[in-house]
Design a protein around this ligand. Structure first.
Ligand SMILES: [Zn+2]
Length: 212
C-alpha cells in the first residue's frame, strides 16, 4: 500500500513567507493534481506542518544571532553530551499564525479529501527536519504509527524544502523500512547549486531513497 507524504507546504515557505523556498509556489497546484490523480491510487495522503512555539530553539532571534547563522545544538536529553551542527532560521511557522497554515489550496484539498495532518517541531528545545522525529531521534511524531495502522509499506515524498524536511523525512522513512521515493518535480530546494545538489543525491543514494 502506498502513501503520499506532502511535506510543509505552508505559507511561510512560499513567496511572501518568512522563510520562502525559491520557486516553492510552483509546486502547489502540481501537488494537488498529484493527490487527485486517479492513476496513483494513494491509499493514504498525509500533509505535514512545521509547527513551532514562538521561542523555538531554531530561531536566530531567540539566540540574538543573525538569521542563517551556524549553530551547534546540544542534545536536550540528560546525560547525553552529543552535539549537532545546524543553521538558525528566521522566525517561521509559529503555531496559530498565518505563516504556519498550509497554503490555502492545500487546506481546501485537505478538507475535500479529509486527509490526516501531522505536526512536527512543537517541542521548544529541539530542532526537527523529519516529519517522523526530532534531529536526535528521541521524540517521535505519530506519523510512523499512522502509516503502520494503514498498512503502508511504500511512501512517496513531496513538498518543501527538498534539501531539509523532504530529504530528512525520506531518510527516516527508508530507515524505518518503507520503500521510499522523492518525486523531485514536486519539491524545491533552498540550496540549488550544483555542489549542494550533488551532496544531496549522494546522501539519498546512501540511504536507499529513490529520487524520481
Ligand atoms: Zn522549522
Amino acid at each position: 500500500m502506498k502513501a503520499l507524504l506532502v511535506i510543509d507546504i505552508q505559507n511561510d515557505f512560499l513567496s511572501q513567507g518568512a522563510l520562502a523556498v525559491p520557486h516553492g509556489d510552483e509546486i502547489v497546484q502540481p501537488v494537488i493534481d498529484l493527490i487527485e490523480d486517479p492513476s496513483q491510487q494513494w491509499h493514504r495522503v498525509v500533509m505535514t506542518r512545521d509547527w513551532h512555539p514562538y521561542n523555538h530553539i531554531s530561531f536566530a532571534k531567540v539566540h540574538k544571532l543573525p538569521d542563517f547563522s551556524p549553530y551547534t545544538y546540544h542534545s536536550p536529553i540528560e546525560n547525553d553530551n552529543s552535539t549537532q551542527e545546524g543553521t538558525l532560521w528566521p522566525v517561521h511557522c509559529v503555531q496559530g499564525t498565518h505563516g504556519a497554515e498550509l497554503a490555502a489550496p492545500l487546506i481546501e484539498e485537505q478538507r475535500k479529501i479529509g486527509c490526516h495532518v501531522i505536526d512536527k517541531g512543537y517541542l521548544q528545545d529541539r530542532e526537527y527536519y523529519s516529519a517522523f522525529n526530532d534531529i536526535w531521534n528521541y521524540h517521535r511524531t505519530e506519523l510512523n504509527n499512522y502509516l503502520h495502522c494503514h498498512h503502508i509499506d511504500e511512501v512517496y515524498v513531496v513538498g518543501l524544502a527538498l534539501d531539509f524536511c523532504v530529504k530528512n523525512t525520506a531518510i527516516s522513512a527508508s530507515k524505518l523500512g518503507y520503500k521510499t521515493t522523492i518525486l523531485e518535480k514536486y519539491t524545491r530546494p533552498i540550496y540549488s547549486d550544483e555542489k549542494s545538489m550533488h551532496k544531496l543525491k549522494q546522501e539519498l543514494a546512501e540511504n536507499n531513497v529513490q529520487l524520481a
